[in-house]
Every structure is written in C-alpha cells, then in structure tokens.
Design a protein. Structure first.
Length: 392
C-alpha cells in the first residue's frame, strides 16, 4: 500500500506539472497547507471548517494577487477538486467517519492522477476501496461506452454545433446552440473523468455516472438540472453543505449550497451570476409548481409523486411539457455567455460580458422568473381561500 500511495502522489505531481507547467506549485502548496490544517485541527470539532477557511484564503490570494488570470483559469478546475477533497476529509473527521489520515494516504488521495485534472470527486473511503477492486468485463464495457460518448460529445461540441450557429438566425436560436455547444463540451469532460475513474477502480458498478445529459437536455425542472449536471459534485454539496445547514430551513440551506458552489468556482462575476440565477429560477419554479399542483390537483410538482393521489391527471403531461420548454429556454439564456469563440474565455469572462449577453436577450430569463413569482403569489391566495372555505 505504501508503494501504491507513493506512486499516486508522485504521478499526481507529475501530471499537474505536465498539464499546468510551473503553476503546479500552487497545487502542491494548497495540498500541504490543507494537510497541515488537518493535523493541527484534528480532534477538535471544527476540522472541516478550518480546512475550508485556509483553502479559501489561499485560493482568493492566488486569484486576486499571486497568479495571472490566464494561468489561474487553467488550474481552476483542479483547485476546485482539491478543495472538495480536502474539506471532505475535514468534515468526515468531524463526523467520525474516518480517522485523521497520515501524510502519504492524504497526498495519494488528493493528488491521485485518476481524478486530479478532470475529476470526478471521490471521498477518501472510496479512494481506499479502489485499491482492492478487480477489473471485470462489466467495467470494460462501461469504459468503452463512456469513451464512445466522450468522442460523440466532443465531436458535437467542436465540429457540428458551431456550424449550426448562423449570425442571421433568431437570437434565441443562436443562444440555444451556443449553450448546447458549451453543455456538450462539459459532457465530454464528464465522460472523460468517468473513464478515468473506472480505470482507476473507483467504481465498478454499471450505474456509476458523472453526468446525466438526458435530464439536462430534457429538463423536468431546473433543480433536476443542478443535480444531473455533475453528480459527484452534487453529492459533495448535498453532504457537506445542504445537510449541515438544513436545520436553518430549506431556503437557507439551498441558498448556502449555491453560495458554496459559487465560491468554489472563484471570484469571476459570470459563474456566481449564473449559479445564483439557477438558484432563483429553481426556487421560484419549485414554489410555483407546488401551488399549481394544489390548485388544479395534478402531478406537476418539481419531483414526481411516489404514490400519486392527484385526481386531474389529464393536466399532468401538458403542464409538465410546458415547464420542460420553459427550462430549455432558461438553459439557453444561462448558457449563452459561455461562448467558445469569445477570446476572453482563456482568462475568464468579465462582468460586462454577462450583462451584455443577457441584455441582448432582453433579460427574458429573469423576467420569466419574476412573472412566475407573481403567479405563485396569486395561486397561494386562491389556495388559502379555497382551504378556508373547506374548513367552514
């Protein structure tokens, strides 16, 4: 085991150097700082919070002062993964799930070349179990399937979809294909990370997935898109943010979850703007569909009923399809600024890029959200009146 862990740590550092050149030093420093924090705070009740604060402080210092924007934009994905791994170790120590790891196990885990560059996020217990897994025929088939999907998505993203974006087309149509190109490039990264995870022995189950494209492209709800976009990251956010803040209420827990995701993605204006817009759209859609389900007595909530007792089932399909269409348009609205042809993408997009893109679309995504909120309040009033009449 010592040899395996040493190889993982060494190959991880080599991999970081080959991908990021001299910027790999920031990754090494982040790992050492986080481990030192784990050692000093282990045995207390705030190990996870301490690691999080130290990591965030170092990351913000790098982003704002130490590292050039172009170089930082290149290593940001790996930094996100490192922060997720290091904080998960701290919170799992607090919860008594794991004992404080030694330096070799810790470095082997966070620097594992299998998940260092493309991901996915895995916990320390999963990393340890991967060392005893056996490569099976089922695993080979899963790897082959993921490789084929990775090839198809990168082909769509770089070759086919850009040719469909015609400057003379309707602005919403252009926005849809621009966002579609960005999403398929994300699917490529996810399938690549899935292949790496399977080869590394992290998961041997055929049901293991990093992304669920069908639930993104045909979105029943915006909340479902947030889950399906990156399943391992959703697990991290749900386990280490949402559940830990659930006692403050659903709204606060959901807000803190999206806030944590925004902080992980850095101080660039565009990503937090998109993430908080997704939070706003998801919340309004959730309460709107809750009130609508009560008003018409139909199964139109964000999540399907496990045992549906609604009587007006005739409304289920058309109303759910309307929300699917609305969410498709919202995804085009949110994804339009991730334009691969924009030269500023190499250093991160400016705040003006986001504002100008949404302004060109007449802010229809936020307007739709506002109209939905007004309809929600009207339905809530009608439902309360109906409930009072039944009580009397």
């Amino acid at each position: 085991e010592t040899l395996t862990l040493s190889l993982d740590a060494s190959l991880g550092i080599l991999c970081a150097f080959l991908f990021y050149s001299n910027s790999f030093l920031y990754i090494v420093v982040l790992v050492l700082l986080s481990y030192l924090t784990v050692v000093l705070s282990a045995g207390r009740t705030r190990c996870g919070a301490s690691v999080l604060v130290i990591c965030l402080s170092f990351v913000f210092l790098c982003e704002l002062v130490l590292v050039e924007p172009g170089a930082w934009h290149q290593i940001r994905g790996t930094v996100i993964l490192l922060m997720m791994k290091t904080t998960s170790v701290g919170f799992d120590i607090d919860a008594g799930v794991i004992a404080p790891p030694n330096v070799l196990l810790y470095c082997g885990y966070v620097l594992s070349p299998v998940s260092l560059v493309f991901g996915p996020f895995v916990t320390l217990p999963e990393y340890r179990r991967s060392k005893s897994t056996v490569f099976t025929q089922e695993t080979f088939l899963s790897i082959s399937r993921a490789l084929c999907l990775a090839y198809m998505t990168v082909l769509l993203s770089t070759c086919l979809l850009p040719d469909l974006v015609d400057s003379s087309s309707n602005i919403i149509v252009r926005s849809y294909f621009t966002a579609q190109s960005f999403r398929t490039s994300h699917y490529f990264v996810c399938y690549t990370s899935q292949v790496a995870a399977l080869i590394g022995g992290f998961q041997q189950s055929d049901s293991f997935k990093v992304v669920a494209p069908s639930k993104v492209e045909i979105p029943r709800s915006m909340a479902g898109v947030s889950v399906a976009w990156n399943l391992p990251m959703h697990y991290w956010l749900k386990t280490y943010v949402y559940k830990k803040s659930r006692s403050y209420g659903v709204f606060v827990a959901a807000f803190l979850t999206y806030a944590a995701s925004s902080v992980l993605h850095g101080l660039n204006f565009q990503l937090p703007a998109v993430l908080f817009s997704i939070f706003l759209f998801s919340y309004v859609e959730s309460i709107l569909r809750e009130e609508l389900a009560t008003f018409i007595n139909a199964c139109v909530r964000v999540s399907k009923c496990r045992e549906c007792e609604h009587s007006n089932k005739v409304f289920n399909l058309p109303i759910n399809l309307i929300f699917v269409l609305i969410n498709v348009l919202q995804l085009a609205y949110l994804g339009v600024m991730f334009d691969a042809s924009d030269p500023s993408q190499t250093e991160g997009y400016s705040w003006w890029n986001t504002i100008s893109k949404w302004h060109a679309l007449y802010w229809y995504g936020h307007v739709t959200c506002g109209v939905g909120f007004i309809i929600t309040q009207l339905l809530r009033m009608l439902n309360r009146r109906s409930s009072k009449k039944k009580d009397t």
